[in-house]
Design a protein around this ligand. Structure first.
Ligand SMILES: NC(=O)c1ccc[n+]([C@@H]2O[C@H](COP(=O)([O-])OP(=O)(O)OC[C@H]3O[C@@H](n4cnc5c(N)ncnc54)[C@H](OP(=O)(O)O)[C@@H]3O)[C@@H](O)[C@H]2O)c1
Length: 326
């Protein structure tokens, strides 16, 4: 397995991160398509066997059950000091005041709750899942710094937000001498390339480790446009991501199919290879719900797309409304 430094940190991560949103009790939270514990464990085991050391989850995934499953499986199959475990905070964990967001109160309570569910005494990467416009960013950043200084997280990261918000946060942390965001987990794939305008150049310049979520557009890039799966039919958040540009998106999917057919490769390998070749991506966060998904993801590391192939894949793209921030 190839490894890479995560941004300008000294941390070595595998060039693939296993996305653990797919693992959670289907009757908890709002992802009815997730795999329950017994079905999830083999994927985590296989990822470790393949040399993946980087695992991403969130407090909110399947109402905390993703963290519980990941924590138990990693304890069974992994060695804590060889693992890079990432989780996130922001999503609503209970109704009523202070049940979500990025206040000092929420962050200090949620890191402890995540560590309890994971059965760990620290996470390697603690990420804010979204920007919280109702909390002063200084309050959030100071609380995250305190989490790091308390030894509960080794690095901090952010996820989908506007580039100006991220730039401002980086600058405040530096001015105050606080822990600074090391990573950006954003939405980057052949169906959504808006991050190439501002966020990716910013990350390149600031030495941020970019770890894209849903690099296969939640499976849309891997199959015919009209083909469905259990997940695609029940993935309500996924439906919000691809509403307004269906005609152009369909052509991108057809371009992936054409390049893959010409190379004799599965489409997933071509679509993931494109993300892997996009600068400054460190490690895409892949979702795996069937055994061959991880094999394809690893095989994609060896696929180098030519300039002509990249041009073919990119040609049908049209600008998209900003999405994935809510
Ligand atoms: N920060 C955020 O806001 C945010 C948002 C979303 C996700 N994430 C993170 O990103 C991770 C990955 O997200 P994702 O699952 O949406 O990523 P993805 O890799 O874009 O999609 C995974 C889906 O693609 C299909 N697939 C994967 N490999 C395939 C293959 N080789 N052949 C055919 N189909 C294949 C499967 O769909 P089917 O199951 O339908 O077959 C699978 O469930 C999550 O687990 C989470 O950690 C973060």
């Amino acid at each position: 397995m190839d490894t890479v430094k995560l941004g300008r940190t000294g941390l070595d991560v595998s060039r693939l991160c296993l996305g653990c949103m797919s693992y959670g009790e289907p009757d908890r939270g709002n992802h009815a398509w997730t795999l329950p514990e017994a079905e999830s464990w083999p994927f985590i085991h296989k990822a470790l066997d393949l040399g993946i050391n980087f695992f991403d989850t969130a407090n909110v995934y399947s109402d905390g059950s993703s963290e519980e499953i990941v924590g138990r499986a990693l304890k069974e199959f992994g060695r804590r000091d060889e693992l890079v475990v990432a989780t996130k905070v922001h999503g609503r964990m209970r109704p009523g005041p202070n049940g979500g967001g990025l206040s000092r109160m929420a962050i200090l309570a949620e890191i402890d709750a995540s560590l309890t569910r994971l059965g760990m005494d620290y996470v390697d990467l603690y990420q804010i899942h979204r920007f919280d416009p109702e909390t002063p960013i200084e309050e959030t950043l100071e609380a995250l710094n305190d989490v790091v200084r308390a030894g509960k997280a080794r690095y901090i990261g952010a996820s989908s937000m506007h580039a100006y918000q991220f730039a401002k946060a980086l600058s405040i942390s530096e001015r105050r001498g606080w822990a600074r965001f090391s990573t950006m987990q954003n939405y980057v794939n052949l169906l959504y390339r808006e991050e190439e305008r501002e966020m990716l150049p910013l990350c390149r310049e600031e030495g941020i480790g970019v770890i894209p979520w849903s690099p296969l557009a939640r499976g849309r890039l891997t199959r015919d446009w009209d083909e469905t799966t259990n997940r695609s039919q029940t993935d309500t958040f996924g439906r919000t991501l691809y509403a307004d540009t269906a005609e152009a998106d369909r052509k991108v999917v057809e371009a992936v199919a054409a390049v893959a057919a010409a190379r004799g490769l599965p489409r997933a390998q071509v679509a993931l290879a494109w993300v892997l070749q996009t600068s400054p991506v460190a490690a895409p966060i892949v979702g795996a719900t069937k055994p061959h998904h991880l094999d394809d993801a690893v095989a994609a590391l060896a696929v180098t797309l030519t300039a002509d192939e990249i041009a073919t894949l990119e040609a049908p793209y049209v600008p998209h409304a900003v999405t994935g921030f809510s």
